[in-house]
Design a protein around this ligand. Sequence first.
Ligand code: ADP
Ligand code: MG
Length: 322
Amino acid sequence: MQNSEFDVIKKYFTFSQSREDVVIAGGDDCACVTVPENKQLLITTDTLISGVHFPVNTSPEDIAYKSVMVNLSDLAAMGATPTWVTLAISLPDINETWLAAFSNQLSAVLSKYNVSLIGGDTTKGSLSITVQAMGLCDKGKILRRDQANTGDRIFVTGDLGDAVIGLAAVLKNLDDENLLPCIGKLNRPEARVEFARELTEYSKCAIDLSDGLLADLGHILKASHCGARISLSDIPLSSAAQYYFKNYHNNVIDWSMVVTQGDDYELCFTVNNEDESAVKELANKHRLKVSCIGEITDSDKLICIDPNGEPVDFSGTGFKHF
Ligand code: ADP
Ligand code: MG
């Protein structure tokens, strides 16, 4: 194993470096990078375990893509620009075909965001991938969970619910090409990095949606000591999601599925009234859909209003907060 571990690192986890701030990437005991004086460093890590975070038959390309993207999404949620990652990977065996596919996709997604792989760890064991991502922001210019204020409008990017529908389609073997966009969202979410970086001009508060809207918005409310009122009919659904509910859920939207589950990796953020139009313009510039789904209140409750104006209780559906 000794030799082959280093062969694997050299062959599959050593990429040409284009970032000038990388002093040492791999080959020494630590990686070394230069952090500019006027910036702050943001650091996040996420582990994906086969059979837990992705179905066991997920392709190496999708695993590589998602293991990076979930981390870039955390950086986006704070308005940071991604710069470097490390990769700790545990492999059951050395499967060259699998490794080549994983490595190619890893390299592609990293270069798309101008992010360097600067180090890691390679071990033998059940398939597990831990990426640590680092990013930079201008000093003090970050989006935080504890900065929501009463009266702020609550926005989300993109559409919600696609990833959990994609997961249902995979697990139930639904062979329906109309649901491919949902499976695409499950396997290839897109961190809202570019938008989030500029959003720091207009918002101070954001989170990325990795556990479902209610849980994640709940984190904002708890940290900011406030409540929220959201309107289900304002939650954006893709046409693929609408198709799913029409054809596989008796033509009834399963709001519980949409708001209590799903790793869509969209952003949820708050904006005060005066900045609402600037945020919409910014979204247009990035060709990104943003939707206002409700507002921050001075209560300590998160209230969901259905299309008939009635409050809906999701507490029995696996949703814990509030
Ligand atoms: P050490 O024994 O000093 O911890 P390792 O033998 O774990 O070093 O790794 C040797 C070098 O290869 C280190 O620079 C490490 O960062 C790099 N490395 C190991 N695994 C990976 C990986 N999966 N991706 C990128 N770099 C890696
Ligand atoms: Mg090591």
